[in-house]
Design a protein around this ligand. Sequence first.
Ligand SMILES: Cc1ncc(COP(=O)(O)O)c(C=O)c1O
Length: 363
Amino acid sequence: MSKKLNIPWSKPDISENEKQAIHKVVESDWYSQGPLTKKFEDELSNYIDSNVSVVNSGTSAIICALLAHNFKPGDLVLVPDFTFFATLSSPKFLGAKIITADVDQKTLNISPVQVEEIVKNNDIKFVIVVDIAGLPVDIDAFEELASKYNFTLIEDAAQALGSEYKNKKIGSFNHTTTFSFHIAKQITTIEGGCVSSNDEKISERIKQLRDHGRSNSKNYSHDLIGSNFRTTDLQSCIGLEQIKKIDRYLSNRQIISKKYKDELKNVNFQENPNYSVRHSNMMFFTIYPNKGIRDKNFKILQENGIDAKLPWPPLHSQPANPELNNKSHINTEIISDTALMLPIFNKMTEEEADYVIECSNKI
Ligand SMILES: Cc1ncc(COP(=O)(O)O)c(C=O)c1O
């Protein structure tokens, strides 16, 4: 057995370049949202191949996307039952009525078949799909459903910057897409996020919404109700350094993910359909035969200094959603009971992955 290591679940790569960039901003006397945020937006627009508006979190990005598409309180919004809480709480915070859909047991993603069952019987205004761990959802099928059933499709790609669907980057399609730059993500601005849209009007509206709905930042005329969703140049300067390294980061995550898949024994993995040509591997899921084995494994990993995480409980079971508590989504319940999220991060070494594998394979 190798010597005990401490392996975090995630770890940002904040190097000398980021520190120097922060120092320069401090020296420049311009800390709040300004020229570096504009430059960061330009770099992201180039990378994603769409129009990008930067905001202060992935949660704000979802809120702005809904508002930019004329969300009204009381609108019915469909979200997957298996996702981080913000996918649901953002529309709910704005006054949405939420319907949850079960996810596919193999991909862990919301599936077009399950969504169609719901949208054909309900007046759904928005469907928010999520690329779990960075695995793209079936975008063509969802775009088709959106036009057939007349709902607005929003993609919560908080975990999927850099992922590709049929050789095109997530965020470059015909619907509005949101991303997060939280500290655990592929690139970080510590807290942050953005919205991409190939409709310039939506992009401009988001820039207005993030600045209290002001029609022009030079005066105090407000023709929309927005809020303060702005970021700062102090954060955008970090993003500018991070985006230079994204391909290196994604390649390393790919190496770690492949190693896990090749060497971990007696577990299943998130299935990767052919249309997903690049998976960002923001997270890595292992799925065990049952809850008992999963719990034993979790304990062994923790005792050995490995910060594996339990997955999110089903959204319908959360105490903050009493109106959904009587629902049952069997696949989400199984995933939540039998999966673990193993450590994976931008500069994770093969030795660190070997240690996780060695401890996991003990069971
Ligand atoms: C699927 C999903 N949506 C939304 C968010 C919210 O992003 P943020 O933490 O930047 O607000 C996250 C963050 O982890 C997420 O994973």
